[in-house]
Write a protein that binds this ligand. Structure first.
Ligand code: UDP
Length: 238
């Protein structure tokens, strides 16, 4: 179809926490279906979508370490959690007839494919949604860094980070009534003002490889579609 769109290939980062929805723990199937609907709209206008999913709804290495576990073991558990989320997302996408592949940074033969950059690009070019899971495959990193890394590798035009708030604020808008929202920022402004957008590794990767980053609110219906059509929901960092 010839619907106007700004981006042909995007990398969408979904946090694990977003998948919990109204459940107390784990994965809310209603949220999965909602995400499949939003992603299906993009597929429908020919946008190629790489997805990186987090694991914070299940396990986080830092939290496990605080509870007494070895950090690296905790990070391995966190990365495996992202694989479970990826399987749930694939299931929801395929139930909506959206062709989907899952690629894991940690090989898991018989469950998901191992990440291979060239195969990922080929799948994206075919119009398949590709879900990248198991983060970067290394402890001490986050799935935000994985999103920026994979976005750069597969030559996505933008990294879209879905969050609970509608962009980047000068302070936490839930706690500080004077917090102001930014429409645009440079990477260096994010770094200098210590704004909590993504971890420093992720921000530096995007800056050094000149891939723009947009932070937006996933719960706002239609925001994702609006962005790929050139809308300015959320905050653009470039
Ligand atoms: N993780 C890791 N290396 C990576 C990506 C993730 O060790 O490259 C681990 C880390 O313990 C992290 C957990 O996986 O806490 C879940 O990822 P993240 O916290 O980024 O998930 P999100 O906050 O997006 O749900």
């Amino acid at each position: 179809t010839s619907v106007e769109k700004k981006y042909k290939r995007i990398l969408l980062k979904l946090s694990g926490e977003a998948l919990t929805g109204s459940e107390r723990f784990g994965i809310d199937p209603k949220i999965l279906d909602q995400m499949a609907l939003e992603i299906g709209q993009l597929v429908g206008i020919g946008v190629q979508i790489g997805l990186v999913v987090g694991g914070g709804n299940l396990f986080r290495g830092a939290a496990l370490q605080a509870a007494g576990l070895d950090r690296v073991t905790g990070d391995h558990m966190g990365m495996l959690a992202t694989v479970m989320n990826a399987l749930a997302l694939r299931d929801a996408l395929e139930r909506s007839n959206i062709a989907t592949q899952v690629m894991s940074s940690i090989p898991m033969s018989g469950v998901v494919d191992h990440y291979d950059r060239r195969k990922a690009i080929r799948a994206l070019s075919n119009g398949d949604v590709v879900i990248f899971c198991a983060g970067t495959g290394n402890p001490m990193f986050t799935t935000d860094s994985a999103a920026c890394l994979r976005g750069i590798e597969v030559e996505a035009e933008v990294v879209l980070k879905a969050t609970k708030v509608d962009g980047v604020y000068s302070a936490d808008p839930m706690k500080d009534p004077d917090a102001v929202r930014y429409d645009r920022l440079t990477y260096d402004e994010v770094l200098d003002r210590k704004l909590e957008v993504m971890d420093l590794t992720a921000i530096c990767l995007c800056r050094d490889h000149r891939i723009p980053l947009r932070v937006f609110e996933m719960d706002k219906a239609g925001a994702l579609l609006n962005i790929v059509r050139g809308g300015d929901d959320g905050t653009l960092i470039e």
